[in-house]
Ligand binder design. Structure first.
Ligand SMILES: [Zn+2]
Ligand SMILES: [Zn+2]
Length: 412
């Protein structure tokens, strides 16, 4: 072992050290921290760092840090370990200006993006082709990363409101509700129905609705005042959340027993329509109420909404989603017909027409869905029968096309 290491020109007194172990791949001549990261070898990386902590922010020949390498590989535990050793999330001098957050966004791992942001990554930094991490994620179709980056709000921004401005004053936000509010903000789905369902499930949120919408509106304004790092998207989302909660409170008086009526009013379409007018009106009012009219996001929203009539495809919710989360070329899944959730929604087992994320959403939508479930089930079954017959016919015609001896072989 030691002889081999000497032949490689790597001499180190410690028999078990990483430097004594030459890389297995004959094409790799250099064994360093970057090589170990490329192999997802966490203990190898730890050994390097135990010997020299400064390596954690070292650069390879492309100006990349170990963290950027681990982020590109989408390796969560490796990234966490590098942070534990003091990795600088905004470090590195990559040739094309990519940051660790850019690499996390390209890896497609939304949790990793959140981790980078929690460590203080700057989401507005652009690379040499003038793209932010979220824009790069959108470019390669990593939509969940786009939404995660665009929705990110530091918990400190919420905590700020839990301290009173003077000793004799009450804080604007009770500390008990701060974490729940953070989770509500970080949810990439801020469809009004989803917001109402989330609030209803959490008694602390229900109890604090007026505090929540006041704080959210103030957060929206503070976001726009952040010099250099202000995010129009975050500011708009905070405003819309505030507007939804304010409407929910006004319409229900904070009484959870009336939440069902509120939700149903937002999913009840007029006969012959698919989109619900009350939802369209709520969202359009919410957009109109955003006071930063000079922002790009507002101009995009106004342009798109004025070109679409109320209840006309694609609908206000789709327009808002595409502006906030980036335009999608395709849908990964059919969203939940009740709350707009895109992940994990399953189709109605009878008609396969509408999808729902759970039984609660299916129950809430039933008063609408029952109008057409039977008809759609009949259509679905007819389609299935037609497809089966077509497949059978294809099989027969292929058989007819076979030469005689082939046919004989098949019958044997
Ligand atoms: Zn749902
Ligand atoms: Zn159905």
């Amino acid at each position: 072992m030691a002889d081999e290491a000497q032949q490689d020109g790597k001499v180190d007194g410690d028999e078990n050290s990483v430097a004594d172990k030459p890389p297995q791949d004959p094409l790799i001549v250099k064994d360093d921290i970057f090589y170990r990261i490329s192999k997802d070898d966490e203990s190898g990386v730890t050994e390097f760092l135990t010997k020299d902590k400064k390596l954690v922010n070292s650069l390879d020949e492309h100006g990349m840090t170990p963290l950027q390498h681990a982020a590109y590989k989408g390796n969560k535990s490796m990234c966490q370990m590098l942070f534990d050793y003091g990795a600088d999330v905004n470090g590195g001098r990559h040739n094309n200006g990519y940051t660790a957050l850019h690499f996390a966004a390209l890896s497609g791992n939304a949790y990793l993006c959140q981790m980078m942001l929690q460590q203080g990554a700057h989401p507005s930094v652009t690379n040499s082709v003038n793209r932010t991490a979220a824009q790069m994620a959108a470019f390669v179709g990593n939509h969940h990363c786009v939404s995660t980056i665009n929705s990110f709000v530091d918990f400190k921004d919420i905590e700020y409101f839990t301290t009173p401005s003077a000793p004799d004053k009450k804080p604007k936000l009770d500390i008990v509700v701060a974490r729940s509010l953070h989770r509500l903000i970080m949810d990439v789905n801020f469809h009004p129905v989803k917001v109402a369902i989330t609030v209803r499930k959490n008694a602390v949120l229900v109890e604090h609705i007026p505090q929540l919408y006041k704080v959210l509106e103030e957060m929206s304004e503070r976001e726009m005042k952040k010099s250099g790092s202000a995010s129009e998207i975050v500011s708009f989302k905070l405003h819309l959340l505030s507007f939804i909660l304010k409407t929910l409170h006004k319409d229900t008086n904070g009484d959870v027993n009336k939440f069902d009526d509120f939700i149903k009013s937002l999913i009840r379409p007029k006969t012959g329509q698919y989109l619900c007018e009350a939802l369209e009106v709520l969202l359009r009012r919410g957009v109109r109420d955003f006071r930063f009219i000079e922002t790009t996001i507002m101009q995009q929203l106004v342009t798109n909404l004025t070109h679409t009539k109320v209840c006309e495809d694609p609908g206000a919710w789709s327009i808002i989603c595409s502006v906030v989360n980036g335009q999608k070329g395709f849908r990964d899944n059919d969203p939940c017909a009740t709350c707009g959730e895109e992940r994990g929604a399953k189709k109605c087992s009878r008609c396969h027409y509408d999808a729902y994320c759970d039984q609660e959403c299916q129950r809430l939508h039933w008063f609408v869905h029952k109008r057409y479930c039977k008809d759609k089930a009949r259509e679905y079954n007819a389609k299935m029968v037609a497809a089966a017959l077509e497949q059978q016919a294809e099989g027969t015609s292929q058989e007819q096309a076979l030469p005689v001896d082939e046919k004989e072989k098949k019958t044997l």
